[in-house]
Design a protein around this ligand. Structure first.
Ligand code: HEM
Length: 519
């Protein structure tokens, strides 16, 4: 007899043994990993007829009310999670629906995926003290340092977040528009017409230079160049599809000297640490009190007891902003150029819209263009850069969508699955910016930047940056993919992205006077 699975039980596929047992007994065997047929066989041979099994003496584990989910050895699941991130989510959702549990065989720390808007609303609006989020990001400690607010919770998280968030919004953010445009032009002017180049590299150069400008107020000099090169070098190394595994398997994080992968990562990180500390020393010695960059704001800030931030604290927060603030936007821009080339009608509509705002438009009017906005939104919907928001670890039992989640459960708000709900996004696998013009989506239907008290602090900034970069490049160049075959996303560290080798060719854009014909 083959072992029973939970699906046999749920589907009620008509087995007489199954009908005679109670659900509790089935689940007890299931969670304890005892094949059900063994208990049934023992019962049958003992008195030659099937009896209702006694309710087990050991109390049922508090996980009995968790949603259903796959049973798969962890190593096998992780291989799929790392190598086929979208298929991983799609396959489980196909079998188990919106909400499913990845069970841990060793502890009560089960992982539950949610993607229904109602569930996401319950998670994001719950009192943040119900969850621990910092612990879920601990895998990034080697990169950010242990004082990063991404790894913190409670008051410390809130306080640091409030300190660094303002320059990424409103007027302060808009003041960076000109810098973003200048940097975009500097990078794109290096392209040679007709010669293929890697679009990701260019987008990464733009977003890294922008974030260095915003965070450090730096855009030239030896230290700036060294920091830019070292950061790119480290992040490209860590996020290569092969090295991404080290972020998920702790046993791979062993330093076996300069030639071992982990040893190399640590060496590269040390170099960046040195550069940041040099910069901090230089900045402390400087007399310019009028600097408006984030580093200066953080250096001027004081805790309630009058203390200033230590160099170690400054270092960790700076690393957090540098890492979170440019990789993601570079991936989003790369996808945007891919989709624009992939859909000629979208390209044409965009050019028509850009044509309406004249040759040297005010950048705030660029940011308000509806079709450009819709293209950016759809880019972040179809392949959200972060497939999931941060994991929320339950601190005390909580009920979400009727499921009692015990302490220790890891809640995963699945952005990707939420963005592919057919009832909300018909033909969800197709790139259709028009859907954002036809309908307003709620915060729990469309959430590329997560939600609740951990929602991305760079949300407004990233969208503003995307629009300026796209508008600036599209008014000068037409970018075409060298290989027109559809591209599947690949893992890039904790995020998903277009393959880093994707190449495009630039040709001069038909000039404004001529594009008027498109209108
Ligand atoms: C397209 C670009 C970006 C995407 C798709 C993105 C996405 C996200 C997501 C999904 C989260 C987790 C939110 C949650 O769990 O609820 C997050 C957090 C965060 N993001 Fe972004 N992000 C982007 C750009 C940026 C930029 C430009 C910055 C620059 C400052 C930034 C800084 C952060 C930080 C610091 C956090 C942690 C927030 C916290 O722990 O409170 N991100 N981002």
């Amino acid at each position: 007899m083959r072992p029973y699975t939970i699906l046999d039980f749920e589907r009620g596929s008509g087995n007489r043994f199954r009908r005679s047992i109670c659900r509790n007994h089935f689940l007890n065997c299931y969670y304890k990993n005892i094949p059900l047929y063994v208990t049934l066989k023992n019962m049958k041979t003992r008195n030659n007829k099937i009896q209702k099994p006694s309710i087990p003496q050991t109390p049922m584990t508090a996980t009995y009310n968790l949603p259903d989910g796959p049973q798969m050895p962890r190593w096998l699941r992780m291989i799929k999670f790392i190598n086929q991130p979208l298929k991983y989510a799609d396959d489980f959702a196909k079998i188990y629906g919106d909400t499913f549990t990845i069970r841990s065989s060793r502890s009560d720390n089960h992982i539950v995926y949610f993607s229904e808007p109602q569930a996401l609303e319950q998670i994001f609006t719950a009192d943040s003290s119900h969850f621990e989020v910092g612990r879920g990001n601990i895998g990034l400690k080697f990169l950010l340092g242990d004082r990063s607010f991404m790894l913190a919770d409670g008051d410390r998280h809130q306080r640091q977040r409030q300190l660094v968030a303002p320059p990424f919004h409103g007027e302060k953010m808009r003041a960076y528009g000109q810098d973003i445009q200048t940097i975009t032009r500097q990078v794109s002017n290096k392209w040679q017409i007709g010669k293929p180049f890697k679009i990701r590299e260019s987008m990464q150069e733009i977003t890294l230079r922008v974030i260095l400008r915003v965070v450090f107020g730096l855009d030239e000099g030896e230290l700036f160049e060294e920091l830019r090169r070292s950061l790119s070098d480290l992040l490209d190394f860590i996020t290569s599809p092969l090295m991404s595994s080290t972020l998920f398997f702790g046993f791979m994080q062993k330093d076996f000297g300069a030639w071992s992968p982990w040893g190399q990562i640590l060496q590269k990180r040390q170099k960046i640490d040195q550069l940041i500390y040099t910069l901090l020393r230089e900045r402390r010695a400087e007399s310019d009190q009028n600097r408006q960059d984030i580093l200066s704001l953080m250096m001027a800030a004081r805790y309630d007891d009058g203390q200033e931030m230590s160099d170690e604290e400054l270092h960790d927060e700076l690393m957090t902003l540098l890492v979170a603030g440019h990789e993601t936007t570079a991936s989003a821009l790369t996808w945007a150029f891919y989709w624009i080339d992939h859909s000629p009608e979208v390209h044409e509509k965009l050019l028509r819209e850009l044509n309406t705002i004249g040759v040297n438009p005010d950048l705030s009017s660029v940011a308000k263009l509806p079709y450009l906005t819709a293209v950016c939104q759809e880019t972040l919907r179809i392949y959200p850069i972060a497939m999931n928001a941060f994991v929320r670890i339950v601190k005390a039992p909580i009920k979400i969508m009727g499921y009692e989640l015990p302490k220790g459960t890891a809640i995963v708000p699945s952005i990707y699955l939420a963005h592919h709900r057919e009832e909300i996004y018909p033909q969800s696998k197709q790139f259709k910016p028009e859907r954002f013009l036809e309908r307003q989506y709620s915060l729990y239907e469309y959430l590329p930047f997560g939600g609740g008290n951990r929602r991305c602090i760079g949300m407004a900034f990233a969208q503003y940056e995307m629009k300026i970069v796209l508008a600036t490049i599209l008014s000068e160049f037409q970018l075409s993919l060298v290989n027109k075959r559809p591209v599947r996303p690949v893992r890039r560290g904790l995020t998903i992205a277009a393959p880093a080798g994707m190449r495009m060719v630039a040709t001069a854009q038909v000039k404004r006077a001529n594009t008027a014909a498109l209108v």
